[in-house]
Ligand binder design. Structure first.
Ligand SMILES: Cc1cc2nc3c(=O)[nH]c(=O)nc-3n(C[C@H](O)[C@H](O)[C@H](O)COP(=O)(O)O)c2cc1C
Length: 129
């Protein structure tokens, strides 16, 4: 689980994935948090994993209350996002427990199954997913 930076994975996360011991790994998932822009994080992770004969079985994106860019969301918008995120976390948890394979295989813009654009500020800045 990692934040989206500049539409992809932060460099430390990239380096971490490269060092992972994946010999006995049977199921892999990733969860990205973001302010709300499209991103290519899962494509970039898949590129790294492919070189090691692995792939992501599921991936999810959660919109968080933006604290990096203006306009900063209002308390009401944050509460709305938080409520959606909590619901999605339940679904994500259930999927991971049963090792469900999710996600489109062509995540050009991560919308994934769990793209969450609900707060007005997010829609205003990034449009709908
Ligand atoms: C340097 C930097 C770059 C970021 N780039 C993006 C971006 O490209 N797209 C996006 O949706 N959010 C971007 N964000 C927002 C973070 O993804 C967001 O703050 C984070 O996922 C929320 O987790 P936090 O509450 O731990 O900060 C960026 C944040 C920072 C600090």
């Amino acid at each position: 689980m990692f934040p989206i930076y500049l539409a992809t994975i932060p460099v430390p996360v990239k380096n971490y994935i490269k060092k992972l011991d994946l010999k006995s790994t049977k199921y892999m998932f990733a969860i990205a948090t973001r302010a709300g822009s499209p991103h290519r994080a899962f494509i970039d992770i898949e590129k790294i994993l492919k070189k090691r004969g692995k792939h992501l079985d599921a991936y999810f994106t959660l919109n968080m209350g933006n604290n990096a860019f203006v306009p900063i969301p209002t308390k009401e918008e944050i509460a709305e996002l938080e409520s959606v995120v909590q619901n999605r976390l339940d679904l994500i948890q259930q999927s991971i427990i049963i090792k469900k394979k999710l996600g489109k295989r062509h995540p050009q813009y991560d919308s994934s199954s769990f793209c969450l654009c609900s707060a007005p500020t997010h829609s205003f800045i990034y449009g709908s997913c």
